[in-house]
Every structure is written in C-alpha cells, then in structure tokens.
Design a protein around this ligand. Structure first.
Ligand SMILES: *[C@@H]1O[C@H](CO)[C@@H](O)[C@H](O)[C@H]1NC(C)=O
Ligand SMILES: *[C@@H]1O[C@H](CO)[C@@H](O)[C@H](O)[C@H]1NC(C)=O
Ligand SMILES: *[C@@H]1O[C@H](CO)[C@@H](O)[C@H](O)[C@H]1NC(C)=O
Ligand SMILES: *[C@@H]1O[C@H](CO)[C@@H](O)[C@H](O)[C@H]1NC(C)=O
Length: 244
C-alpha cells in the first residue's frame, strides 16, 4: 500500500523533490524462494503497477543486472556474471535466470520507476541449494539386554543444512527422533525389518537404509536383504518362463 507521503504526492500531483526522493519498499521480509542449483528460475513481483517507464533488476544494491526503458524494444543487460544467463519477461517484468548456482543466492531488487517519476522497490530473496548428498547410516550400538535391544543408528551428511526423517516398517518413526541419531529400544515382537534415514533440504532428498533380520541382528549389508526381495520376484518369473 502507498505510504501517507506518497498518497499526498499523488493526490496533489506536485512535482516536489520531496516526492521524487520517495522510494517505497515492499516485500522486504518475504520468505526466500528455493531453487536447486543448475535449475532455471523466474523471479517476479506479484503486483507490478500499470504505468511504469523503467524496470531495473539488481543482484544487490550495487550490482545492476539489467534495466529496461519501456519505450525501448530491448532491455540493456549489464556486463555482469549474469549477462548470458538472464532474460527479462517483458509482460510481467520477471527475471528469468538460467542455470542458477549457489552464489546466485541473494535478495534481488526490482526497482520500478513510474511515469510520474516515483520509484518502488521490491525485494525478492532467492536461495539456491545443492542437492543433498547420499547419507550413510552407521550402527553405533546394538545391545541385547533382557530380550530387548538398544539400538543407536546415526545418519550424517557433511557440510549441509538438512532435516532428518527416520522410517521403519510402520512408516515414519515418531517426531522425537527427527535428528541424525535414532536411539530406540526394540522388542522382538515388534522389530522393524529396516530403518531408513532420509535427509532433505527444501529442494531435494536422499536416503540410506539398513536391514535387520531380527530385533537386534543386522543383515550383513543392505545388499543381503536385497537379494531375497529380488529372488521373490525372479523365482516365480523364471519358473513361469520355464513352464511356457
Ligand atoms: C533451462 O533453460 C534452458 C534454455 O531454455 C534449457 O535448455 C534447459 O534445458 C533448462 N534447464 C532445466 C533444468 O530446465
Ligand atoms: C533384566 O532382567 C532382570 C531379571 O528380570 C532384572 O533383574 C534386571 O534389572 C534387568 N536389567 C535391565 C537392565 O533391565
Ligand atoms: C539413548 O537413549 C537413552 C534412553 O533415553 C539414554 O539414556 C542415552 O543416553 C541415549 N544415548 C544417546 C547416545 O543418545
Ligand atoms: C527443516 O524443516 C523445517 C520445518 O519443516 C523447515 O522450516 C526447514 O526449512 C527445513 N530445513 C532444511 C534445511 O530443509
């Protein structure tokens, strides 16, 4: 919405320097838009005013990517690292960026210069993230005691902000275990045949799984538990083929 001062200036249509120095800033605290590195991204402002004469896109306050005087057929792209990777959507003022990289993360600024000379600024944060790497589950502890098993599994990925989710036979393991460490006590009557650790960030996910053959006994490797699943499919298929 317009500030009080801007409303006054618009109403009076006075060409006061006071009015021209006005820059209204909107959307400063918007949630960032997340993008996977290597993808194509379009940044746009939800509501462009109708009568503007110029659009400027900035990577940061002192790095201008492009400017477009609407009476010109084409925008001017400045000589920046974006030069060959951006285009302006002339209909909606969108900034299309190809092949975004982590260092493209920034709060972009769209400056709109109205016919009246007023300027408006929109801030559009972009966060480019690499895909999460494949995690690796480590068995920290399997200790059988009194017919139950204390189990500690850890799941780590290096150098990245991620969320962890653990899954077992009956789905997601309850909220309190949503960390890189799964610390549970398992009884034989209700053990899970596998534990899967999923790591995720807002643009990607990846996982590792370990298999158990009893409440406290790990299958030798994930491959071991895999083979029976294959055989279960393959044997009837092979038998079926032999019977034809
Ligand atoms: C990004 O856009 C370019 C050019 O239009 C296209 O060739 C490429 O496949 C796109 N990349 C992705 C990941 O969509
Ligand atoms: C295991 O069971 C025995 C006998 O029922 C009991 O005395 C002991 O305290 C239990 N140990 C643990 C760690 O629960
Ligand atoms: C695992 O949980 C038990 C019981 O809540 C606790 O005593 C123990 O310190 C935990 N171990 C780790 C490594 O978090
Ligand atoms: C982790 O999950 C929370 C809640 O869903 C989310 O706000 C946050 O952005 C996530 N962090 C990462 C690194 O994915």
């Amino acid at each position: 919405m317009y500030s009080e001062r801007l409303k006054w200036c618009l109403a009076l249509q006075l060409l006061l320097p006071y009015c021209f120095s006005e820059t209204s800033i909107q959307g400063q605290s918007a949630d960032p838009k997340f993008a996977l590195s290597g993808s194509n991204v379009s940044l746009r402002s939800s509501s462009l005013p109708e009568n503007y004469q110029r659009l400027d896109w900035f990577y940061s306050p002192d790095l201008k990517i492009l400017e477009w005087e609407t009476h010109q057929p084409n925008p001017h792209y400045f000589d920046t690292k974006f030069k060959d990777r951006v285009t302006l959507g002339r209909q909606d003022g969108a900034l299309h960026i190809y092949n975004v990289q982590e260092e493209d993360s920034s709060t972009y600024i769209l400056k709109v210069v109205l016919k009246s000379g007023f300027e408006e600024e929109r801030r559009i944060p972009l966060k480019v993230l690499d895909p999460v790497p494949k995690p690796h589950i480590t068995i920290e502890k399997t200790q059988e005691m009194n017919n139950s098993c204390d189990l500690i599994l850890s799941c780590m990925v290096r150098n990245q902000a991620v969320n962890y989710t653990w899954y077992g036979d009956s789905g997601r393991i309850s909220e309190e275990f949503q960390s890189g460490v799964l610390n549970i006590t398992v009884i034989p009557q209700s053990y899970s045949k596998f534990y899967k650790c999923e790591v995720s960030n807002p643009v990607s996910r990846n996982s590792d799984t370990v298999y158990f053959i009893s409440h406290c006994k790990l299958a030798r490797s994930s491959g071991v538990a895999w083979i029976p699943a294959w055989l279960m499919v393959m044997v009837p298929t092979i038998l079926g083929l032999l019977l034809i």
